[in-house]
Design a protein around this ligand. Structure first.
Ligand code: APR
Ligand code: ZN
Length: 249
């Protein structure tokens, strides 16, 4: 990563009144969680149809066995990496107002970030859509598949959104507010391919927000509206960015 690009990103962050993080699966790759797209992506091994709501409710056992393998056997062991930790430290330093994440892995919160808007929900709870009761995920709750509601016996669904489901209202509203109020977005580890999530950085750009992007590969954002492209892995670039910022304080 060349010095000038890092320095200009650091200056943007320090001179901005409101910085917001916007993350995708790439920020958690170095925590051992595979991305969805790209050569090692989950969607190259599994059918994204398992996250289709009608398939899920008509084939709960089959869908749950893949969901458990993808999102529960894996994620339990993942730990925040230095990129998650730098974002949490930015927040503590007053340099970041929130993180908008497409991820459901809870790693931003585990790294210490306090204001996290989960655009696609979170995998730590299961929900009964009949009774509108949520159950925190425990070993024995997902040992017998499909997990069922104690009250009504219906199949429980992970509390993250499936394709075609509504974005959680609070996360959506707060993300739109950030796109209107921020001066800088730090976009980390996303292809920018999934709507409506990818519309948030787009909305920000249209409102004059400066976009800093961290990704080893170009995304749909890079050539269209990224102002400063920090090419590299999140857990390498973010500590370098933090170092530049601390030298300027
Ligand atoms: N550091 C930073 N970025 C990385 C790294 C890394 N170490 N490794 C990979 N990436 C980048 C890839 O280059 C790619 O741009 O992370 C991105 C991963 O792309 P996706 O898996 O498509 O992740 P994302 O854009 O978050 O997907 C959006 O799609 O399936 C849905 O709900 C799911 O939230 C997900 C949404
Ligand atoms: Zn129920």
């Amino acid at each position: 990563m060349d010095n000038d690009t890092l320095n200009s990103a650091a200056d943007l962050i320090l001179n901005s009144k409101r910085n917001v993080g916007f993350t995708g699966a790439g920020v958690s790759v170095e925590s051992g969680i595979p991305p969805f797209r790209g050569k090692e992506g989950l969607w190259s091994k599994y059918d994204p149809g398992i996250l289709d709501l009608s398939y899920f409710y008509s084939n709960p056992k089959e869908s749950w066995s893949v969901i458990k393998e993808l999102f529960y056997d894996f994620f339990g062991s993942a730990k925040p990496n230095s990129a998650h930790k730098v974002l949490a430290e930015f927040e503590q330093m007053g340099l970041l107002s929130s993180v908008i994440t497409q991820n459901i892995d809870n790693l931003h919160q585990e790294a210490g970030s306090k204001t996290v808007y989960e655009f696609h929900g979170n995998s730590r709870n299961l929900i009964c859509k009949e009774c509108d009761i949520t159950y925190p995920v425990t070993e024995d709750l997902i040992n017998k598949l499909p997990p069922r509601c104690e009250k009504c016996g219906s199949v429980l669904k992970p509390d993250f959104i499936f394709f075609g489901e509504m974005i959680p209202e609070f996360a959506y509203r707060k993300s739109v507010e950030e796109a209107q109020q921020a001066q800088v977005f730090i976009v980390i580890g996303t292809t920018g391919e999934v709507v409506p999530a990818s519309l948030i950085p787009q909305m920000a750009k249209e409102n004059g927000v400066k976009i800093i992007e961290v990704n080893p590969k170009k995304s749909l954002f890079t050539d269209s509206f990224t102002d400063i492209y920090l090419q590299g892995k999140a857990s390498e670039v973010m500590p370098e960015l933090m170092e530049k910022i601390k030298l300027k304080l």
